[in-house]
Design a protein around this ligand. Structure first.
Ligand code: BES
Ligand code: MN
Ligand code: ZN
Length: 495
């Protein structure tokens, strides 16, 4: 998408749609004052009539206006200036981008405020807009003849005149972030028939070549050689062979610490022999969202050339019910020697992550974050929009939570008390792969902790926010790209 900065006053910006942000209460001065004059006082009248309030993510379209260069105007509310955060700004700008991307070949322009709005500076605003135009103009309807949304023909990020703030680096960064989020969404939205472990690995290789990431793909014999038998057990029931993808960005040099990002990549989760009912299985193409989030973030980390060392690990399997499928009661010996008793083949994500986490530790990870659509229990606990965070190291978790806050993604820490270990203690093997119904998100996390040695580690259960069941004005249904921004932010601050 062609995204560039414009210099003109808001009244002079040429576009099919000019998006103008207004905060609450609406103040008609500066560029907005000039616009009001050009319109003969229409903006003030809208405000008086109570139509233009500036409430967060509210939109007021004006079609076929005269007196300015743009054909149409969309006012979008930012809410109260002192309450504006990255998350609220994204919500407003993506709402606007979604509202004006319903036609082909639209030339969009987004006006950047003349000064900071609350804590958000003009460059931050420009970066958010450059991301939003891409996120908001891509739908999940990728196979429909008649699409609901269309990419913009061009985008102008219209910076205020007379203020020589250089927005180009911010726009470049926002463009990369938006592309990364859309890459993750695309991978998750594509059906499991296409995104098999091999299909995913092929996409990862192409992305890596494009972004300048080192990429390695482990096939089944290599995974056997690496003793990743817990992960391999899950793959047994499918004719699709498993893969592990490793992508590496070495921006920090040999002596700098290594951040490992680990993603659950179950390309379809039928539940295995502990088969899911139709309703629960319906959206299980999304069960590779952790891996897709890692790949999306890695693509941005490489393209931003961040001065850090980051390695992404993606464990890719399909969980099916074939004749060779792993069974209840099976005992699996994981890469690190821990024996696992299989009580439920639908608790497969932790079996995949167990070996991939062990591998990351053995490969020299200094700090680890894993992302997984791991448990329905986490969705019950926190709802659909919030991920659960679990850790063995509070300082590291605080860094991850801080990155999420800056990124505007909601994340909430849950406890990791030892008392939960009782629930997953094995009768025949060391541990069981489920701890029963109660505290299911936490027992899953306690299970994973057995595979990270003592490395600082944060587990993010993204079962809720990774995939949305319905459209909202501020986001398309289907894959959301949740987590990509937080990981990029984390890498930006990694020392
Ligand atoms: N992939 C699912 C978790 C999930 C649920 C992701 C809803 C996205 C939305 C996971 O593999 C699973 O099936 N978990 C089980 C664990 C149970 C068997 C211990 C669950 O949550 O029911
Ligand atoms: Mn499952
Ligand atoms: Zn799963």
């Amino acid at each position: 998408m062609d995204i560039r900065r414009g210099h003109a006053a808001w009244t002079q910006v040429e576009a099919d749609w000019l998006v103008i942000p207004v905060s609450e209460p609406v103040e008609i001065s500066g560029q907005l004052g000039q616009l009001d004059q050009a319109f003969g006082g229409v903006v003030a009248r809208l405000k008086e009539a109570g139509d233009l309030t500036g409430k967060l993510a509210s939109t007021v379209p004006l079609r076929g206006v005269s007196g300015i260069a743009a054909l149409r105007v969309l006012f979008v509310g930012l809410g109260k200036a002192d309450e504006l955060t990255a998350g609220r700004l994204d919500k407003a700008l993506i709402t606007a981008a979604r509202a004006i991307s319903d036609k082909k070949e639209t030339r969009a322009a987004f006006a950047v405020p003349e000064a900071s709005v609350g804590a958000i500076t003009p460059p931050e605003f420009a970066a958010a807009a450059a991301a939003a135009v891409q996120i908001g103009s891509l739908g999940q309807d990728i196979f429909r003849a008649e699409r609901n949304r269309f990419p913009f023909a061009s985008v102008t990020i219209a910076s205020p005149t007379g203020k020589p703030v250089d927005l180009d680096p911010a726009i470049a960064r926002g463009r990369i972030v938006g592309q990364a989020i859309n890459l993750t969404r695309d991978l998750v939205n594509r059906p499991a028939q296409e995104i098999t472990p091999i299909g995913f690995a092929k996409r990862a290789e192409a992305v890596a070549a494009d972004c300048g990431l080192r990429c390695e793909v482990f096939d089944q014999p290599r995974l056997e050689q690496e003793r990743m038998r817990s992960m391999l057990a899950v793959a047994q029931g499918s004719p699709q062979p498993p893969r592990m993808v490793i992508v590496e960005h070495g921006g920090g040099g040999p002596s700098a610490p290594r951040l490992a990002l680990v993603g659950k990549g179950v390309t379809f989760d039928s539940g295995g022999l502990s088969l899911k009912p139709t309703d629960g299985m319906l959206t299980m193409k999304c069960d590779m969202a952790g891996a897709a989030t890692v790949l999306g973030a890695m693509s941005a980390i490489a393209r931003l050339k961040l001065p850090v060392n980051v390695v992404g690990y993606m464990g890719l399997v399909e969980n099916m019910t074939g004749g060779a499928a792993y069974k209840l009661g099976d005992i699996l010996t994981a890469r690190n020697g821990v024996t696992i008793e299989v009580l439920n083949t639908d608790a497969e994500g932790r079996l995949v992550l167990a070996d991939v986490l062990s591998y990351a530790v053995d490969a020299g990870a200094d700090r680890i974050v894993d992302l997984a659509t791991l448990t329905g229990a986490c969705v019950v606990a926190l709802g659909e929009d919030v991920s659960g965070a679990f850790t063995n190291n509070q300082a590291w978790c605080d860094s991850v939570l801080a990155a999420a806050k800056t990124a505007g993604e909601d994340m909430w820490q849950l406890p990791m008390w030892e008392l939960y270990d009782e629930l997953i203690k094995g009768d025949v093997g060391d541990i069981k792969n489920t701890g029963g119904r109660w505290g299911g998100a936490i027992t899953a996390a306690r299970f994973l902790q057995r595979f990270v040695a003592e490395k600082p580690w944060v587990h993010l259960d993204i079962a809720g926010p990774a995939f949305a069941s319905s459209n909202k004005p501020h986001r398309e249904g289907g894959a959301t790209g949740y987590g990509v921004k937080s990981l990029i932010e984390l890498a930006r601050n990694f020392r």
